[in-house]
Design a protein around this ligand. Structure first.
Ligand code: SAH
Ligand code: SF4
Length: 427
């Protein structure tokens, strides 16, 4: 999401003839696009800002800006404790950046705008992208779900969707610019709704964009996975057979306390339904351990659901206290060591599941999009299956952006290895 937002900011600045600086030290203005989702992300921003402060000590005219989610929640702290920050802009205010930059050159006081909009979707702004394989396309912004642990509804505001025409036009432009894959982005992509066009209509329209080999999307919310969405995925071979389905926790009391709106059984039934509708689908998830009040027995329920589903992969997090959220008011916060201990357990279990899932691929022929040179060897390509597994194989005559068939021969770490069988039909 932040990569996509940074591309919007870059586009806005390029319109005004600003150019990217080759090195941080050479820049006349430095912006950091921030994330407030967990404390860890915020700490990284604070240490980045420390670096920028040192640059400003040597070069006093450099303009420093904090953009995105942290701007919203930390503006007072930034104004009081980090006076070297010149510009603070929330995620709905990027359009103001060129004006504020100009203003800052005459008036050196801090410029702040963190108002949230009910309408801003940056619909007519084409992001400035580096040439590549995958183009991120933001389709909706904000979130109305208010999970009790989550800062997003406060930092990014209310849910709103972009027009289907705007999204399809951006996908066509991405193809014209050499991209072969798009990833539709949103806090809840599948609650997309523009003039009553739901997410599956949008998927259907994007899948018909000529030249688009692959469509991915993230993150859908379990509550909004519809039969229409699964049907549409099944009907189009260029919509990747992968669903990221955040579980968060496996215990009903905790799920309720998180305000996740589904129970463990709902979630498990949904997984069965997805696997029935989309054979061979890859399912990944997000898990939070140590949510306030989570007992050891309740934590075991998360492990049980993991054992039942056997996710292909997972992002696993210790609960992070976010000031202003409902869960921050709960008094039964879990001890840091205990959270760490539980995190270790979920990571260990997920390793087994990833291995088990990956081993099932050995001997199969998979369609892979050639994405980049493998980190291990300059003679090998790395690409993904539709189900989102990385596959490493000898280059032979395959080229970047080709869809190829690869026979899987072994698994290593989180990726698969194989050898080229043939060029696959482009989708
Ligand atoms: N909208 C998506 C998730 C977006 S945030 C959904 O609801 O499924 C990405 C992930 O960050 C979440 O799924 C959650 O696992 C994690 N996360 C969010 N807030 C968190 C917090 N306070 N502590 C730890 N993890 C958190
Ligand atoms: Fe946060 Fe996702 Fe819940 Fe929205 S649905 S509040 S983004 S975790």
């Amino acid at each position: 999401m932040n990569v996509a937002d940074s591309e919007l900011v870059e586009a806005l600045l390029k319109r005004e003839s600003y150019k990217p600086a080759p090195k941080l030290e050479d820049a006349d203005a430095i912006f950091v696009n921030t994330c407030a989702i967990r404390e860890h992300a915020e700490k990284k921003v604070h240490s980045q800002l420390g670096r920028y402060r040192k640059i400003k000590l040597k070069k006093k005219d450099v303009i420093i800006g904090v953009l995105g989610c942290m701007a919203q929640s930390l503006k007072h702290d930034l104004l009081e404790n980090k006076p070297y920050v010149d510009i603070i802009l929330g995620p709905d205010s990027y359009r103001k950046l060129p004006t504020l930059l100009n203003r800052n050159q005459s008036d050196h006081s801090s410029q702040v705008d963190t108002t949230l909009s009910r309408f801003e979707v940056y619909d007519n702004l084409f992001p400035s992208r580096q040439v590549g394989i995958n183009a991120w396309i933001s389709i909706m912004r904000g979130c109305n779900k208010f999970c009790t642990f989550c800062i997003v509804p406060f930092t990014r505001g209310r849910e709103r969707s972009r027009s289907m025409e705007g999204i399809v036009a951006e996908a066509k432009q991405a193809v014209a610019d050499g991209f072969v894959e798009v990833t539709l982005l949103g806090q809840n992509v599948n609650s997309y709704n523009h003039n009553n066009n739901k997410f599956h209509y949008l998927l259907d329209a994007v899948a018909q964009v000529p030249g688009l080999k692959r469509i991915r999307f993230t993150s859908p919310h379990p509550q909004d996975v519809s039969a229409d969405m699964l049907d549409t995925m099944a009907r189009h071979s260029n919509i990747c057979n992968h669903i990221h389905l955040p579980l968060q926790a496996g215990n009903n009391r905790i799920l309720k306390r998180m305000n996740r709106t589904y129970t463990r059984n709902h979630y498990l039934a949904l997984v069965r339904n997805i696997r029935k509708s989309l054979p061979g689908v890859g399912i990944s998830t997000d898990i939070i351990v140590g949510f306030p009040g989570e007992t050891e027995i309740e934590f075991q329920d998360t492990l049980e659901v993991m054992n039942e589903v056997k996710f292909d992969s997972a992002f696993m997090f210790k609960y992070s206290y976010r000031r202003g959220t409902k869960a921050a008011e709960y008094e039964d916060q879990i001890d840091e060591n205990e959270k760490q201990n539980r995190l270790g357990k979920v990571i260990e279990l997920q390793k087994y599941h990833t291995l088990e899932r990956n081993q099932a691929f050995i001997g199969r022929e998979e369609t892979v999009l050639v994405e980049k040179v493998s980190k291990k060897s300059a003679n090998q390509w790395a690409g993904r299956t539709g189900s989102n597994k990385w596959v490493i194989f000898n280059k032979e005559d395959a080229q970047i952006r080709d869809m190829v068939k690869v026979k899987i021969t072994k698994t290593e770490g989180i990726s698969l290895q194989g050898h080229l069988v043939s060029q696959a039909e482009a989708a």
